[in-house]
Write a protein that binds this ligand. Structure first.
Ligand SMILES: Cc1cc2nc3c(=O)[nH]c(=O)nc-3n(C[C@H](O)[C@H](O)[C@H](O)COP(=O)(O)OP(=O)(O)OC[C@H]3O[C@@H](n4cnc5c(N)ncnc54)[C@H](O)[C@@H]3O)c2cc1C
Length: 435
């Protein structure tokens, strides 16, 4: 017998699970289907879960600043009678370094002023005060380790930074997803795992459900693609691959984890850093460790992947490149002989901003292209998707009338065309994980 739901959500990462929570609260009977064994096992499990508010546009920054309010008040959003322990969110503050390449961050203060997000300009001495273990030299442009001039300063001092006090990280992104799952289940949401969607069923020109790899058919008038790096493959199942102006593609990433320099409690006192001068981002991790990722400096080739099911999961020399770049900033960083880290995929859109939209197939929706930077926005991505789905299902043409979404905590109204699959590429984008 065919099971019947209002909405099938393909994927149970942080965004797919949050969409279940928001739809279930509105009374939809939802089912998340995930090929992994539990929630948050896809790219969410590898997330650095950094919550920061600077993006290339006011709307993207506003969304992130609104998102900060959810992580800071997680118990209010999720409730407190869950079986799982609640995640903890820590405001560490974050430093965004000024460089010639990022035009001294001239675009950032007007955006932060517009959205009412606090920040502070710091000169080099103030940065040193905030983070006493840093090497103050300037190194831009970012280089490869084997390039002439690597680790040779190009200036005596960094230009300074912008400091954002309302910024930090979530201790466990998978646990965050488990929290949301339990909250969603209290509203009737259902989940199945170890179940791969192999077909998107259609009838009368609409999505009408899914067929799993084991042949089981499940019906629903609404199907939502939240498949992370598999988003392109799932769109192809729906027959809409290539129908959008903005495309998404998987990109391989490595994040290193290593001990912070001795003599400094980086876990307790260290801020998040986005350092265009050496091409890395970093955050504190338990055990006085430091997580080190890359901000896609222009000298690096991007590691695009053709098929999200086939990529090299082994650490490569890229991870050592990131560590060596970071070591320019921290002379006390000890380079280990064997490196710990993770290899994962981003689902990158053409302008590194997400698609939260309907599709050309009625009843089929997409929350994709999260480009390594949408963990922080999951609660809002879910609210936006629930709004779009409700609107479209009531007969409104979302393409003609995309409408707006109000961010209550910061009193900012967001035009939903920002997330359209057919928008113009955001030319202001950093075209990196910074969005
Ligand atoms: C290394 C790394 C670091 C990151 N750091 C940050 C950060 O610091 N801050 C931030 O805001 N964001 C960060 N991100 C981005 C953030 O983690 C993602 O945007 C977010 O987790 C995406 O969630 P999701 O639910 O859309 O996708 P996912 O978590 O990838 O979930 C998609 C799910 O779909 C399932 N699926 C796919 N195809 C099928 C199918 N055919 N049938 C059934 N199931 C299917 C998969 O099994 C998977 O579980 C980072 C990402 C990575 C990889």
């Amino acid at each position: 017998m065919t099971k019947q739901f209002d909405a099938i959500i393909i994927g149970a990462g942080i965004i797919g699970t949050s969409i279940a929570y928001e739809l279930a609260k509105k009374g939809y009977k939802t089912l998340n289907v995930d090929k992994n064994p539990a929630v948050g096992y896809g790219s969410t499990s590898s997330s650095c879960a950094i919550i920061r508010t600077y993006y290339s546009t006011a709307d993207a920054s506003a969304l992130a600043y609104e998102g900060w309010h959810y992580w800071s008040n997680w118990r209010d959003y999720i409730g407190d009678d869950l079986e799982s322990q609640l995640i903890s969110y820590r405001d560490t503050g974050s430093l965004l370094y000024k460089t010639e390449g990022n035009r001294m961050l001239a675009n950032v203060p007007p955006i932060m002023d517009a959205i009412g997000c606090p920040y502070q300009h710091m000169d080099a001495a103030q940065v040193k005060q905030r983070l006493p273990i840093i090497d103050m030299h300037r190194y831009e442009p970012v280089k490869h380790v084997e390039d002439d001039g690597f680790a040779e300063p190009t200036g005596p001092e960094i230009y300074g930074a912008i400091y954002f006090p309302k910024s930090g990280y979530v201790n466990d992104p998978q646990l965050a997803t488990q929290n949301v799952k339990e909250a969603a289940m209290r509203h009737g949401a259902e989940f199945i795992f170890n179940a791969t969607v192999a077909e998107i069923s259609q009838s009368n020109g609409r999505a009408s459900g899914v067929v799993l790899a084991d042949g089981q058919a499940i019906s629903a008038g609404i199907v939502v693609n939240v498949a992370g790096p598999h988003s392109g493959k799932v769109n192809a199942l729906a027959g809409i691959g290539g129908n959008t102006t903005i495309k998404t593609r998987p990109m391989r990433q490595e994040v290193a984890s290593l001990k912070a320099p001795d003599g400094y409690d980086y876990e307790k006192d260290g801020p998040i850093c986005a350092d265009d001068d050496v091409g890395t981002y970093s955050r504190p991790e338990s055990g006085n460790h430091m997580l080190i990722g890359t901000v896609q400096p222009p000298c690096d080739e991007l590691d695009w992947i053709d098929d999200a099911d086939e990529f090299d999961g082994n650490i490569s020399e890229q991870i050592m490149t990131q560590i060596m770049r970071q070591a320019q900033r921290y002379s006390g960083l000890q380079i280990p002989s064997s490196v710990n880290g993770i290899v994962a995929l981003y689902d990158v859109s053409d302008d590194w901003n997400p698609i939260y939209d309907k599709s050309d197939l009625p009843g089929f929706y997409m929350a994709i292209g999260t480009s390594g930077n949408q963990f922080k926005n999951a609660p809002l991505a879910a609210k936006i998707m629930a709004t779009i789905i409700e609107k479209c299902e009531s007969g409104i043409d979302h393409d003609k009338d995309p409408g707006e979404f109000h961010l209550e905590n910061i009193n900012w109204t967001l035009p939903l065309k920002t997330f359209s699959r057919n928008r113009q590429i955001n030319a202001d984008s950093s075209f990196s994980v910074l969005g």
